[in-house]
Design a protein around this ligand. Structure first.
Ligand SMILES: Nc1ncnc2c1ncn2[C@@H]1O[C@H](COP(=O)(O)OP(=O)(O)OP(=O)(O)O)[C@@H](O)[C@H]1O
Ligand SMILES: [Mg+2]
Length: 552
């Protein structure tokens, strides 16, 4: 070129300085264009690299822009972890394989020195780079820049060309910029992944909790909830016209009076509250403050717990404890009353006998009332004692049908007097049972008297009590069943659960103490049996005593 210019100068005599000036200007212009294009690449990379992109995609984007800016036949990203180098991504994607980076590899030098470098290599020096024959090779020059994360080298960016001496210091500085930009993107992507994983974990935990949880801001807006509020807890959720907690939870248009959120706001401390819903649920609500970085209350977390069952069980426990105490007291009183009652009855009987002997029949009859009332008191005392299970009578081998006959022979007359027919349906071949005979008699007597009382309150063409025995196999176990069926008043479904409760009675005070069935159930259970009831109001009832039959 110089010769040509000189020749021209000599031939034309025109001062070539102008020409030189233009050539220089053109060169500068090209340089500026290249610089611009590089800046554009960096800018575009920053803009384009969104956090969802893989490293391969990022490299591809850069690579497609290179021809205008930088000689590049190969672009690679190498990671450095635990002292080992690994080719993580490359462009073109199938350009080469590098299984091992030898100790003299330029990349290792760059990482060790923490400084970018240009390398012009002989093919032998780069023999570890096995280039796909589809591409031109071998690589002759490399520009390698380290990638940092905080102060640590995490890898290197390699730009390579098949042309020898392809890179200048300016090119290297561009490669370093590119490497820095990539490091930031990789770090961002990693942080994004960590944050999204943490977010996902938190969301999954939040949704997994079966108790309803809400996040409500200080202006009562429901910010977040885990969709666990059942319609029984609040029927307003879906109908609510606004997103305010008072609308969604209570169907209100204004905040509730004494709203716990206000109290949390005032005190900065958790608040606990108990609700009883119209649907009969008991709910415990906990309001926890949520603070922002400035330590100001930003929201309130509300957790709702259905404690209906728990509360019922607690009440039952208290009831049981009360009953136990009552039972103990009753046993004491009953025991104390037993002896004076015996004296009263005995003395009255003696007196009555004497009076009868002396033909004072009227006075003797008055004494009969004392004796009868006394006997009734003794029965009640006996019931109280059995109820509190103070006396544990022994068990023997019994014949259930024989016990039935014994009871019927004693009270049949009393029942027949009330115009009630007794039907016996006794199973012929019942196995013998291990039980306490008198107690079984007591149960049957209670059931029969209850049946009689139930028939006393109804008008029937025929009043019938059926006493039946049978064998039953239930839950894989054999049971002897003694049932008493009447066509009396029957029991309202809502009262069925109450009839075994001690002292529950529908009878007038002189007639019933409300102990008959609870005592009978106690006896059944002490025999490892139970009592079942089937009843229809207005039609009648069947009470069945189930006693286990020992196998073998
Ligand atoms: N066969 C039945 N038909 C209808 N109601 C019954 C029958 N058996 C029991 N009941 C109901 O159950 C209640 C409780 O019975 P339970 O035998 O425990 O006490 P009670 O008969 O009232 O008094 P007690 O037996 O102590 O003299 C009765 O008051 C009655 O309301
Ligand atoms: Mg009774």
């Amino acid at each position: 070129m110089d010769n040509r210019e000189k020749l021209l100068e000599q031939l034309t005599g025109v001062d070539s300085s102008k020409l030189n000036y233009y050539i220089e200007l053109k060169k500068r212009n090209q340089e500026i264009l290249k610089q611009n294009s590089r800046l554009e690449i960096l800018q575009q990379l920053t803009r384009d690299i969104n956090i969802d992109m893989s490293i391969e995609d990022i490299l591809e984007r850069a690579f497609t822009k290179f021809p205008q800016t930088l000689p590049c036949d190969f672009l690679g990203l190498v990671t450095f972890r635990n002292g080992a180098l690994r080719l993580k991504a490359l462009m073109p994607r199938d350009f080469c394989r590098i299984d091992n980076f030898p100790a003299h590899s330029p990349t290792l030098n760059v990482i060790r020195d923490r400084k970018a470098g240009i390398f012009n290599q002989t093919p032998e020096e780069l023999s570890h780079v096995r280039i796909n024959p589809r591409y031109p090779g071998p690589l002759r020059s490399l520009a390698v820049a380290p990638m940092f994360q905080r102060d640590e080298v995490i890898g290197a960016l390699i730009v390579a060309s098949v042309v020898d001496g392809a890179y200048s210091e300016a090119d290297l500085s561009f490669v370093q910029h590119l490497a820095d930009q990539l490091s930031i993107s990789i770090q961002n992507a990693r942080l994004y992944k960590q944050v999204s994983r943490a977010k996902k974990e938190w969301e999954e935990t939040f949704l997994a909790v079966t108790d309803p949880i809400f996040l409500v801001d200080t202006d009562y807006n429901v910010l977040l909830h885990n969709n666990r509020l059942s319609p029984e807890m609040s029927g307003f959720w879906n109908q609510a016209v606004s997103n305010k907690c008072f609308a969604k939870l209570h169907g209100r248009t204004h905040p509730c009076e004494n709203c716990p959120i206000k109290e949390v706001q005032r005190t900065g401390k958790p608040v606990f509250q108990r609700w009883q819903t119209e649907t009969g649920l008991i709910l415990d609500l906990s309001y926890y403050p949520v603070f922002n970085e400035e330590k100001q209350l930003s929201a309130v977390t509300i957790i709702i717990k259905d404690v209906t069952e728990k509360t019922k069980m607690e009440a039952q426990l208290v009831q049981t404890a009360k009953l136990a105490a009552l039972g103990e007291m009753a046993a004491g009183v009953a025991h104390e009353l037993n002896s004076p009652m015996t004296v009263i009855i005995g003395t009255a009987q003696l007196l009555a006998r004497d009076l009868k002997q002396d033909a004072h029949y009227e006075q003797a009859e008055v004494l009969e009332d004392i004796i009868n009332s006394g006997l009734r008191c003794k029965r009640i005392i006996q019931n109280l004692l059995t109820f509190s299970r103070q006396n544990q009578p022994p068990v023997t081998d019994i014949d259930l049908n024989a016990e039935v006959e014994r009871v019927l022979s004693m009270i049949q007359y009393q029942i027949n007097r009330s115009q009630i027919r007794i039907v016996e349906q006794l199973a012929p071949f019942l196995p013998r049972l291990t039980a306490n005979g008198p107690q079984i008699q007591q149960v049957l007597t209670n059931l029969l008297i209850n049946a009689r009382d139930a028939l006393g309150e109804v008008e029937r063409k025929e009043k019938v009590i059926t006493v039946a025995t049978s064998l039953l196999v239930k839950d894989g176990k054999k049971w002897a069943v003694l049932s008493v069926t009447d066509n009396g008043t029957g029991i309202a479904p809502e009262n069925l659960s109450k009839i075994f409760t001690p002292f529950y009675t529908s009878k007038e005070a002189t007639k019933g103490t409300g102990l008959g069935l609870s005592v009978s159930l106690g006896i059944a259970e002490s025999h490892n049996g139970t009592i079942e009831v089937e009843s229809r109001l207005g039609e009648g009832s069947t009470f069945s005593l189930l006693l286990p039959v020992e196998q073998g």
